[in-house]
Ligand binder design. Structure first.
Ligand code: NAP
Length: 317
């Protein structure tokens, strides 16, 4: 399949989320016609970009999905159900149903291509339930005739990202951290702007059609190093003690208690970092060359944006 040139009609499922909020303006800027799909009525579209239509659709339920996809050539899939409501433990079920509904509707409406952001992690039996679910979503999206591109990322660095907020709020709130051994696992975060660069430019690169690619930033650090660098950036020096007995379950309750990230979100994230989360191949770098943002610079950008958002919302009160 050829990659498409020129303005495209694009549906961004999850367009109101952390990645979607950055992707939608970048697609609009690149000249595409964009619509967002999410359950909530909120959207970055109508206020900032009058041309972006916001469809209120529950993918897990499926009603109205075909109408929302009508006329689109491309679909981005940026949806996950972690931490959603009382039945949070059923996130894998909800994600399975949502992905199935989306790809069936996409095929019926003749979409040519879906681009999906999944999770980075070893393809061994040691994948956490969250990562297993992310892989399952990729398989479901690929089970029909629509071609799928999957970009697999570790922590995406930007204001409001759940993994990033977990890291930042731990450092903000705890001068001393008693951490499990996972603090010595290695991680390769990516700046949200770099991920968005890949997502937008992949539309013009035929070799990315129908493939799965690891994406990561230039730094591969341990979580301890990430916590320390984050501390440095906000003027804190967290003291980190490693204990061997803290299980992922206990850690997630601890993260949920300390930060604003709910335990239901923290648990799958913490389980996912028990092993190294680094790229195993870098084909994307040859296919879509772009300068990659070092962790410290991405962190500084995220903190600036966070400050601007906080100032904006206090002015709006
Ligand atoms: N954040 C990270 O650090 C990170 C790291 C690696 C991979 N990823 C992947 O990147 C993708 C995007 O993540 P994100 O951080 O942007 O997530 P997010 O901020 O939680 O956004 C999720 C989006 O999905 C929508 N959504 C959820 N359930 C839905 C449903 N049933 N029907 C319709 N829309 C629904 C949400 O809107 P409503 O709630 O209004 O429906 C929201 O727009 C996911 O595939 C995630 O696994 C993220």
């Amino acid at each position: 399949m050829e990659a498409r040139q020129g303005p495209l009609d694009i549906a961004v499922a999850g367009g109101t989320g952390f990645v979607g909020r950055a992707l939608v303006p970048a697609l609009v800027q690149a000249g595409h016609r964009v619509r967002t799909l999410a359950r909530g009525p909120k959207s970055p579209g109508p206020t900032t970009f009058p041309a972006v239509r916001a469809w209120a659709v529950d993918l897990a339920e499926g009603r109205g999905l075909r109408a929302a996809l009508q006329g689109a050539q491309i679909g981005y899939y940026l949806v996950h159900s972690m931490g959603g409501g009382p039945a949070a433990a059923d996130f894998a079920d909800r994600d399975r149903t949502a992905a199935r509904n989306f790809v069936e509707a996409a095929e019926a409406e003749g979409l040519e291509r879906i681009l999906y952001v999944g999770g980075l992690g070893e393809a061994t039996g040691r994948l956490s339930p969250h990562l297993q679910s992310r892989r399952e979503v990729a398989r479901i999206l690929s089970s029909r005739s629509v071609k799928v591109t999957e970009l697999r990322a570790a922590i995406i660095v930007g204001a409001g990202g759940s993994s990033f907020e977990m890291l930042l709020q731990l450092v903000e709130k705890l001068p001393v951290m008693i951490c499990p051994r996972w603090v010595n696992s290695r991680c390769q975060p990516i700046a949200r702007s770099d991920l968005v660069g890949y997502l937008v430019r992949a539309l013009q690169v035929p070799e990315t059609v129908g493939g799965a690619f690891d994406v990561g930033g230039p730094d591969v650090w341990t979580y301890r190093q990430l916590l320390e660098a984050t501390g440095e950036a906000i003027g804190r020096r967290p003291r980190i003690w490693v204990v061997p007995v803290l299980t992922p379950s206990l850690s997630s309750h601890w993260v949920g208690f300390i930060t604003e990230v709910p335990s239901a979100v923290a648990r799958p994230l913490v389980e996912g970092i028990v092993t190294d989360v680094v790229t195993r191949e870098d084909r994307i770098r040859q296919l879509i060359p772009q300068p990659l943002t070092p962790f410290r610079a991405a962190l500084a950008d995220a903190l600036r944006e966070r400050g601007a958002v906080a100032r904006g919302s206090s002015r709006g009160q």
